[in-house]
Write a protein that binds this ligand. Structure first.
Ligand SMILES: [Fe+2]
Ligand SMILES: [Fe+2]
Length: 206
């Protein structure tokens, strides 16, 4: 359980810690996660805390591969400092540590670094599955698409056309291929159909 004032402290802390780019991502996920939590009977207060912390350690993209582990440490420390109980902290930390499995990009990076399979644990609880699915779905929103294009061009240096194609491929084929909840799979259908049209258009233009 978490009180209103504890949640407020987490929100204020999180907003300060995130870049505005990632804070928008978090705000979008909170809305999606609320819908999925309700339909999937997940504990929405655990999911909401997990959403707020899940990318909090995503500051240096060179250490991005470790952000699920570092993020769960930040969550554990902050939540215990504001007096949240151990059971809640454990549930939130499981969500955070198991949220970054899906993208091939992460798997490939982990393989190159010789990291064990256990480095990217799968979500086990319904709350962790809701965070995972909401995180992926948010990437298929207009803001998520724009963010991906921006990151591929600036941070990852793919070049404009390559970055555009990579965004399309990741979002259409990769991001939502392994969703855990029925609700998220339903929500993804409309978004993927739109993305296929949008990125398919690229093939018809010069
Ligand atoms: Fe993440
Ligand atoms: Fe995320």
């Amino acid at each position: 359980m978490i009180t209103k004032s504890q949640l407020k402290k987490v929100e204020e802390f999180a907003e300060k810690e995130y870049s505005d780019l990632n804070w928008m991502h978090v705000c979008g996920i909170r809305k999606i996660a609320k819908i999925i939590s309700e339909k999937e009977n997940a504990d929405s207060s655990i999911v909401d805390l997990a959403v707020l912390f899940h990318d909090i350690a995503k500051k240096d993209f060179k250490r991005e591969i470790y952000h699920h582990i570092e993020g769960s440490k930040v969550a554990e420390k902050f939540l215990s400092e504001i007096g949240v109980g151990n059971a809640t902290i454990g549930k939130v930390c499981h969500c955070v540590i198991s949220h970054s499995t899906p993208l091939e990009y992460f798997k490939e990076k982990a393989r190159k670094l010789n990291l064990p399979k256990s480095f990217l644990p799968e979500p086990k609880t319904i709350e962790a599955k809701v965070l995972f699915d909401s995180d992926m779905l948010q990437q298929l929103s207009p803001y998520g698409i724009t963010k991906s294009l921006y990151m591929n061009y600036t941070t990852y240096n793919f070049g404009f056309v390559e970055g555009f194609k990579k965004t399309g491929n990741t979002l259409v084929n990769d991001a939502c291929k392994a969703l855990f909840t029925k609700t998220a799979r339903e929500m993804a259908k409309e978004r993927i159909a739109f993305l296929k049209k949008f990125f398919g258009w690229l093939e018809r233009c010069d």
